[in-house]
Design a protein around this ligand. Structure first.
Ligand SMILES: [Zn+2]
Length: 447
């Protein structure tokens, strides 16, 4: 079967380039060896030298995975927000080329993220071995890259992967005044890229700008949309793909811990050969595969910025069942930030799950907003074709009332009603999910 071939090819390439890294990745002895090394290496940073000395733990003290969990203190997001960004470095500036980035800070303060040029290049080497990039990127492709180049590593990483793949790169690092959305749409028309790398929201914006000009986005010839930098529900991705007549693929990870590995089935895989993950329930007990769980991660292959037992704040689901793509790695769903979880009646949802319910309908606008009141849910969404409104409103109402078991009101309007997609997007223009029942507004994550 073809997916087997791709997986074998991947393993062979990985073994050649990174001997030993993947072959024994899930053996306990291999995990233990990597964890010991990670603890000793972390001493190179002032932050961890202080923390580990205080806890009185060294690599040699870790004789089992249990030891690691019991002896090594956890690292929280707020510790990293407060630390002097230079204190988290294990490599002193001047001894190696270093690149700084930081997380968006939507969840309170920026977490510094450092990489050395060497480790970034190694990660790029690893990425281009992946079947997903081997299959989807051909030198003949023209790739429009619309990720921001600054603050996060998204744009820079995408650029380097594409350079390695030898494609034609059309950098449009949006969200600055060199490439406002209208300028991007114009470049899409002139340059006819085959691949569009953009946050889903931006890709919806460009499609609407094209349609404003009477151009069907399908006419551009984009065959693949690679969305990153914002979570995108499967159904929303599917709708976006249909709008362009393209396949949709979502790349998502956390800046500070490194990305998950995507596959061509639009599934994320856990890079277990460079990442030790602990799963636990809200009450602190250990969680297993297939369960909704909080995650604590220890990346074991870091040069610039070591991290030990980092509480990601994410709720994830990790599955051991093999993926159709054949990659020999567990699959991972990132459900959302713990603090964005919302209760509706007796059930709990993440914003991304509500988005998934909503996009069972074919909405082609840019933005939506879901307001949760005590006894009802109000939905505002954008869609171009007024003739579809009665059918869509009814469909959305039926679908969401079934899922949420609450009265649902739907209001549809033309694109631009909720957010002016022709303007440079400063970040998240407005919240997608608002919990008015608690009298507070900000709930949803976003780019
Ligand atoms: Zn897969």
């Amino acid at each position: 079967m073809s997916h087997r071939v791709s997986s074998m090819g991947f393993q062979a390439q990985m073994l050649k380039k990174f001997p030993g890294i993947i072959k024994y990745a899930d053996k306990e002895s291999s995990i233990l060896r990597r964890l010991k090394k990670a603890v000793d290496y972390a001493y190179k940073s002032k932050f961890y030298a202080r923390k580990l000395k205080k806890a009185g733990v060294k690599g040699a003290d870790i004789k089992s995975i249990r030891d690691f969990k019991e002896k090594v203190p956890q690292t929280t997001r707020s510790e990293l927000v407060e630390v002097d960004p230079y204190d988290i470095l294990a490599v002193s500036p001047g001894s190696k080329c270093l690149i700084y980035s930081q997380t968006s800070g939507t969840t309170g303060g920026h977490v510094p993220v450092w990489v050395t040029k060497d480790e970034l290049e190694k990660n790029i080497d690893l990425a281009v071995c992946l079947p997903v990039f081997q299959k989807l990127l051909s030198p003949k492709d023209k790739v429009a890259l619309c990720y921001p180049y600054t603050r996060t590593l998204a744009g820079r990483t995408a650029d380097l992967i594409n350079q390695k793949a030898g494609v034609t790169i059309i950098p449009m690092g949006t969200r600055n005044n060199m490439y406002p959305p209208l300028e991007v749409a114009d470049a899409l028309i002139r340059l006819k890229p085959t691949i569009l790398g953009a946050a889903a929201t931006d890709a919806f914006s460009y499609a609407n700008i094209l349609m404003d000009q009477g151009i069907d986005p399908k006419k551009i010839g984009i065959k693949l949309i690679v969305s990153g930098a914002e979570p995108c529900a499967d159904n929303r991705g599917k709708v976006l793909g249909e709008l362009y007549g393209a396949t949709f693929l979502s790349l998502l990870g956390q800046n500070e811990i490194g990305g998950a590995i995507p596959c061509e089935k639009n599934i994320l895989h856990l890079p277990s050969f460079v990442m030790f993950t602990e799963l636990y329930h809200d009450d602190g007990t250990e969680a297993g595969f297939g369960e909704r769980a909080n995650s604590i991660v220890t990346p074991t292959w870091r040069e610039a910025m070591p991290l030990l037992r980092y509480r990601t704040g994410d709720v994830v689901k990790i599955n051991k069942e093999p993926c159709e793509c054949g990659l020999p790695l567990p699959t991972m769903e990132i459900l959302g930030r713990k603090r964005t979880e919302i209760s509706i009646g007796s059930k709990k949802f993440f914003p991304i799950e509500l988005e998934n319910f909503l996009y069972q309908s074919n909405l082609n606008g840019v933005w939506y907003q879901i307001k949760l009141a005590e006894d009802s849910v109000m939905i505002s969404a954008e869609h171009r074709d007024k003739a579809d409104y009665p059918r869509l409103a009814n469909e959305i109402k039926t679908n969401l009332e079934k899922e949420l078991n609450k009265k649902v009101e739907v209001k549809l309007g033309p694109p631009g009603t909720l957010y002016d997609y022709r303007k440079i997007r400063p970040g998240k223009p407005l919240s997608r999910v608002v919990d008015v029942k608690k009298g507070k507004s900000e709930v949803v994550e976003g780019a």
